[in-house]
Design a protein around this ligand. Structure first.
Ligand code: ADP
Length: 398
């Protein structure tokens, strides 16, 4: 089969994650991370055909890190690189699908900075560096929000004055779209159902967590909103709180907006509740040893998750199954079991053995026969970005 390598790039403010993806092969030929960019201990770590390597790239910025990467990519792709797929965190209402990056698209992406002030500048840096280094290759942007642009208005509008939506873009956008898309499509194929005629509830549980209702291959509702803070309890993010909390903390504690935002985004969630860690593995071990905070954090996490899954069901006419994914969803039998225990009204019940077996990349059904289908499906955002990039390249060359 013809090689069709896509370089997938995910730029953060001081890091670049990358993978060379050939969708006809199960594993990535090359993948890795450039980290601590802009500092003296910047480093490039990569894995090529299973073997790991690293090199210091002191003080490298995004462009220099990509230049260091170039020979590795060329060797791994053997001259057969078709294009670059960039993960972009926010596409606003303008980008409803993956998009070819030309100067107009780049301007549009830059104009979205107020919606994602920490991430968009880093994404733009990556795009500009890659365009300079690979001027002859097509560059495609794949947006975390685009999959959710199919939400009906009653699901994406907040009950706020209309001017805030029309003039300032205040609405629910949702995130993790690439993951929700990938695992719901996999769930359909796994179950022998046509993706275009299937209905799923998806729980993506990583450091960030969100739920999604996917009907006939389209997102119809999701738990994250204007920003990735809304919805579920996450590693360090609070998820939903009373919208008056900002005012309350400002009045009673004298906290500034920055302090309140920091608390809700970095000190809350599993970390805040447990007083111990944002990492679910650590919390599970501490719970085993009777740690009160860890036990409470896990109980709140699972109850809030179940509540969100139940509320997402309003977007469905039928339910073909619930899908767990992300580091927690793919590995924690405890969290899956506790969550599903709150969902017995949906005829959900797990098979203890099957649930215990689905860890470390093993996909499968974990429900008991006669009950609603529950699946564990490992996510693969890089593969979905490569698939979206390839689909767009094919359209352009058709
Ligand atoms: P990110 O959102 O950064 O991509 P991941 O999807 O890797 O994060 O998920 C990270 C979370 O998955 C952490 O809370 C981690 O503790 C949890 N996790 C990973 N492996 C396990 C495990 N075996 N049991 C429980 N939780 C796990």
């Amino acid at each position: 089969m013809q090689a069709c390598n896509i370089l997938v790039i995910n730029c953060g403010s001081s890091s670049i994650k990358f993978a060379l993806v050939n969708p006809t092969e199960p594993d990535f030929t090359l993948s890795g991370l450039a980290e601590r960019l802009g500092s003296a201990d910047a480093a490039l770590h990569w894995q090529y055909r299973g073997s790991k390597d690293s090199k210091p790239i002191g003080n490298a910025d995004h462009r220099q890190a990509l230049a260091e990467l170039l020979p590795l990519v060329e060797r791994a792709a053997q001259g057969k690189l078709l294009g670059i797929g960039h993960r972009v965190v926010h596409g606003g209402e303008y980008f409803t699908t993956a998009s070819w990056i030309d100067s107009k698209a780049l301007q549009e992406i830059k104009s979205l900075e107020p919606l994602a002030p920490l991430h968009i500048p880093a994404n733009v840096q990556g795009i500009e560096a890659a365009t300079k280094l690979f001027p002859d290759l097509p560059q495609v942007a794949v947006f975390d929000t685009a999959f959710h642009q199919s939400l009906p208005e009653h699901a994406f509008r907040y009950a706020l004055p209309e001017v805030l939506y029309r003039q300032h873009g205040v609405r629910r956008y949702g995130f993790h779209g690439t993951s929700h898309h990938y695992v719901s499509a996999q769930a359909a194929s796994f179950s022998g159902l046509a993706y275009g005629d299937s209905s799923w509830l998806v729980a993506h549980l990583g450091n960030g967590c969100s739920t999604c209702a996917v009907v006939n291959g389209q997102s119809r509702d999701t738990s994250m909103g204007l920003t990735p803070l809304e919805g579920l309890v996450m590693g360090t993010r609070s998820g939903d709180v009373d919208p008056n909390l900002h005012g309350h903390l400002a009045r009673t504690m004298g906290w500034s907006l920055d302090e309140i935002n920091h608390t809700l985004n970095q000190d809350s969630g599993l970390l805040g509740l447990s007083g111990l860690s944002n990492d679910m593995r650590t919390l599970e071990q501490a719970r085993e040893q009777g740690h009160v905070g860890a036990t409470l954090a896990i109980e709140v996490f699972c109850y809030r998750l179940a509540k969100s899954i139940a509320s997402m069901s309003c977007a469905l006419l039928r339910l073909d199954g619930l899908v767990f994914t992300g580091g927690i969803g793919e590995n924690s039998a405890l969290i899956r079991n506790k969550t599903v225990q709150h969902l017995s009204l949906f005829n959900m019940q797990l098979d203890r053995e099957a649930n215990a077996l689905c860890i470390r990349g093993v996909a499968g059904p974990i429900h008991t026969p006669g009950h609603t289908r529950v699946l564990v499906i490992p996510t693969n955002e890089e593969r979905q970005i490569a698939l979206d990039t390839l689909a767009l390249l094919k359209q352009h060359t058709a």
